[in-house]
Design a protein around this ligand. Structure first.
Ligand SMILES: [Fe+2]
Length: 546
């Protein structure tokens, strides 16, 4: 059944929820002349009875003021949820307000739906109808769901390549997608460059103001491959640093900047506006609640962490260091409140798999072959007290299977997590899977050995690849299977994806079993001898200013 304002108004007494147009002092009257649905649609944070539906109106998405070419007025948006892709079985319908103070973004938070079901949704603004998105509710809280297809991604620098990995991810049509941070980057064009030059450019200056961040988010969302990935499944997102600024830590910017708190608030506001987040994440002043938990029946619990907003400043001026502060138990990467919340979540968990969706490398990565340990101060290696308390926390709580998911480093890694990193005989108590970037760092290259040179003295590091891609998982009661998907190139569009390696984590057996290893077949690729560590570290060096 086609939807119209008239239908909605006449059936308002029935199943339709008509939401008052908050702040609608100047009701919108003028018609929208061009299609405002240029940024696609998205859904997120599935619960057993609902999720968030998202869109944002922007007929001119790259407008410098960040308002996407919209008039400064509230616009009513009709949304529609159906059980089928052709909208023959509409199950919910309503009207919400796209407000200028939210950059005409809408977040429709639904509840009361049936668990474990697929749904389709779309929006309408006047005569314009959005693309259709597919989403799903999580299984019932106590359901023994047979399997979950979950994929995770990170680090999508628009300038460094085409978002083909998002397209391939959409073609997989998983049940759930996690984005672990660096969804967008703050840089002005030509300041963070890959070898051979960037194939695309950011619009606008380095993002500092709310208008800058809104414009940048809009530019990213115009990408058809990213739109396809959003439209195919619900996402659960957490940020890392670049959605705000490189390597910020709580209220401390990378370089001294008296305007940083205003900048942080602007970045948070734009992030909220542009992501399918629940109303619990509406920013309050300079703060925004992002850490949260998602349950997938009794199969999996996702603890989505925020390791930026509450952390102590990086030790010894950041970078790779042998730094006493890294071992100081008083320092934290999560903040005390989030840590207590996480430990409590471990104690209450009844899930087969407890999965930490988070930003920075969790396991130890010593880059020095000698006796001295030289570690990244921006990762959990720089906050060893936090890491020890959380690792001990899941062990003491009897968590059945602990798996940490990570982004940030622009390379695929897989590693085994030790209870005590100072004891070489310490047992493995968890597993870490690290996804490469969607584009950040450019094409990269295959690593023929399938591991990093550091693995010689970090034997818990089991896999490394330096191409772009994502990690696709299949989670059942018996095992978690992880495919490390890679693309041979991203600086040109259209690359095919292939699975570079597959690892299995078995129920009650922390650690990795390699079940497949398939070096990249393309003859145009040579293996990288000493690839070094591309990623956040590279960013830091390249963005240092005199
Ligand atoms: Fe990144």
């Amino acid at each position: 059944m086609p939807i119209s304002r008239r239908t909605l108004l006449t059936s308002a007494a029935g199943a339709v929820t008509v939401i008052p147009l908050a702040g609608a002092a100047t009701p919108y009257r003028g018609p929208l002349q061009t299609d405002p649905f240029t940024l696609g649609v998205a859904s997120g944070d599935p619960s057993p009875d609902g999720f968030v539906l998202w869109t944002r109106l922007a007929p001119s998405p790259l407008a410098e003021d960040g308002l996407g070419g919209m008039p400064y007025r509230t616009v009513p948006i009709v949304w529609e949820l159906a059980a089928d892709e052709r909208f023959r079985k509409v199950v919910r319908r309503g009207v919400t307000a796209a407000r200028p103070d939210r950059a005409h973004s809408v977040h429709v938070e639904l509840d009361g739906l049936a668990p474990g079901r697929e749904f389709f949704y779309r929006f309408r603004a006047e005569r314009w109808i959005s693309p259709v998105g597919r989403t799903r509710t999580a299984p019932a809280r106590w359901a023994r769901e047979a399997a979950l297809a979950m994929a995770f991604v990170s680090c999508s620098q628009f300038e460094h390549g085409y978002f083909t990995a998002y397209r391939r991810l959409a073609e997989d049509a998983p049940d759930l997608i996690l984005h672990l941070g660096d969804y967008q980057y703050e840089y002005a064009p030509d300041t963070y460059n890959i070898p051979g030059g960037n194939p695309r450019d950011h619009e606008g200056p380095e993002t500092v103001t709310l208008a800058n961040y809104r414009q940048r988010h809009a530019q990213y969302k115009t990408d058809p491959d990213l739109q396809a990935a959003h439209a195919v499944a619900p996402w659960a997102v957490v940020w890392d640093d670049h959605e705000t600024e490189n390597n910020w830590a709580d209220e401390v910017p990378e370089q001294p900047d008296p305007g940083f708190l205003a900048r942080r608030a602007a970045a948070f506001q734009a992030y909220y506006e542009n992501m399918p987040l629940r109303r619990t994440s509406v920013p309050k002043g300079i703060d925004m609640q992002l850490y949260r938990r998602l349950h997938w029946g009794r199969l999996a619990t996702f603890h989505m962490l925020d390791t930026r907003q509450y952390r102590d400043d990086q030790g010894c001026g950041d970078g790779y260091k042998d730094c006493p502060a890294a071992a100081d138990p008083a320092r934290t990467i999560t903040g005390a409140q989030q840590e207590a919340w996480l430990l409590d979540g471990f104690r209450r968990s009844t899930a087969r798999w407890d999965i930490l969706g988070q930003q920075v490398f969790f396991g130890q990565r010593d880059n020095n072959s000698g006796p001295q340990k030289v570690l990244s101060m921006d990762s959990w290696d720089g906050y060893q007290g936090s890491r020890a308390r959380i690792t001990r926390g899941w062990v003491d709580a009897g968590v059945r299977n602990a798996v940490v998911l990570t982004g940030d480093v622009h390379a695929h890694w897989a590693d085994e997590l030790k209870l005590d990193w100072n004891d070489p005989t310490s047992r493995t108590v968890g597993t870490e899977l690290v996804c490469s970037s969607i584009t950040s760092g450019g094409d990269g290259a295959d690593v023929a050995s399938g591991n990093h040179s550091w693995a010689a003295w970090n034997p818990h590091l089991r896999f490394y690849n330096n191409q772009r891609g994502y990690v696709r998982t299949r989670i059942t009661a018996e095992s978690l299977t992880a495919d490390f998907v890679v693309l041979p190139y991203v600086t040109r569009p259209g690359a095919a994806a292939h699975t570079r390696a597959t690892f299995v984590v078995e129920d009650r057996v922390p650690g990795l079993h390699r079940v497949a290893d398939t070096p990249t077949p393309s003859p145009e690729l040579r293996s990288a001898g000493e690839p070094g560590d591309l990623g956040a570290e590279t960013v830091r060096q390249e963005t240092e200013r005199p």
